[in-house]
Design a protein around this ligand. Structure first.
Ligand SMILES: [Ca+2]
Ligand SMILES: [Ca+2]
Length: 364
């Protein structure tokens, strides 16, 4: 069975199928953005902004954009459950051992990721915010309705359960290429169904996702464009759940924004450094002068970096916005153009940089 899309062929990934052992090998990551828009409080609701009239928009036709946005949202709302399937797992708390027992029972109606019309599913399990301890089930070959029946133990005091979240990501194993992510489930409240004194079975719709956004963390920034002044303001607001890069268990994050025009980096600007944190707040504006006629050729590459006093600074994760970006990166850009003079904020999942972007960064 081969994956649907032609992908580069890295050497075969060696797999450890052992139960209860953490997954050693770091999986190659999909270089796609999640396409769903964050509908949090920062989302600019089209209906709430009557100032966005056709006259103020120039060549952008807001009606068209609104329609396509709504179509996309509609189809993702209606289509998610159908296309990504459901997963059944159970939770139970072992008071004596101070363990949360997570049993992955089965999945149902998974999407086919391989040409043969099937998938080879397995599930990775985290108890967030800890991402160091992770488990994974065995791979089940050529099935869209796998039965896993595997139990994993997370040592955790009962008092801490209220602040933990269960994260399940479902993957399709591929022998000779990177594994496709099928989707994920994040159970925000472990006590959603019961107090966990008895084994509780839970069914959840698997949400569409193409990368494990929680692995590297997320960044929130707003974009605002003033067409008459030709001025683009990117305000770095904050980051959350960044990957820890230092032995302290924290990072020293700062954000670097590069303006790319036709493949060439024209400008590079940075925020301040926030020491020893995985959830930094910045509220710092970065301004680029870009005339309206050049907006089509421009994209912004946003890198969240870890500052190190000794040695090179490392990239924690990146994201891109621009008319040629993918998914949310393109949607956010188009939304900025459709509503000039309005700062529009979104959370973006960080993804791993491409090899060419792993440049050496000596000073912040
Ligand atoms: Ca496969
Ligand atoms: Ca550091």
């Amino acid at each position: 069975c081969f994956p649907l899309a032609p992908l580069p062929l890295p050497p075969p990934t060696k797999f450890c199928f052992a139960r209860h052992s953490s997954f050693k090998k770091h999986l190659p990551r999909q270089m796609h953005h999640a396409t769903s828009l964050d509908r949090g409080s920062e989302f600019l609701d089209v209906e709430d902004h009557p100032t966005c009239t056709a006259a103020s928009l120039g060549r952008i036709q807001p009606e068209l954009y609104k329609q396509s946005t709504m179509d996309a949202e509609e189809s993702s709302k209606n289509g998610t459950a159908k296309t990504c399937g459901k997963i059944n797992f159970s939770l139970k708390y072992d008071y004596e051992g101070e363990l949360l027992l997570v049993t992955i029972l089965k999945a149902f109606d998974l999407p086919a990721k391989d040409l043969c019309g099937s998938s080879d599913p397995y599930v990775k399990i985290y108890l967030l915010p800890d991402r160091k301890r992770k488990f994974q089930t065995r791979v089940h070959r050529k099935t869209l309705n796998p039965t896993f029946d595997e139990t994993f133990q997370f040592p955790v005091p009962y008092e801490e359960l209220g602040s933990r979240k269960l994260h399940l990501s479902v993957f399709d194993f591929d022998r000779f290429s990177r594994h496709d992510m099928i989707g994920e489930v994040i159970l925000e409240n472990l006590f959603e169904v019961s107090d966990l004194s008895r084994e509780t079975s839970i069914w959840k719709d698997i949400q569409y996702a193409t990368s494990e956004s929680v692995d590297l963390g997320e960044i929130m920034f707003s974009l605002c464009y003033l067409p008459t002044a030709g001025r683009l303001t990117l305000t770095v607001i904050k980051c959350r759940n960044l990957k820890a890069m230092d032995i302290t268990g924290y990072s020293d994050p700062y954000v670097k924004v590069s303006m790319i025009c036709d493949g060439r980096r024209l400008k590079k600007k940075k925020t301040s450094i926030k020491k020893n944190t995985l959830n930094p707040a910045y509220n710092e504006a970065i301004i680029f002068d870009i005339p309206p006629e050049n907006m089509d050729q421009v994209s912004l590459h946003i890198s969240v970096m870890d500052y190190d006093l000794v040695g090179h600074n490392e990239i924690i994760g990146v994201c891109r916005v621009g008319s040629h970006a993918e998914g949310l990166g393109r949607d956010h850009w188009n939304e900025m153009l459709a509503y000039p003079r309005k700062p529009i904020a979104h959370w973006h999942p960080l993804i791993e940089p491409k090899k060419s972007e792993k440049e050496v960064n000596v000073s912040p």
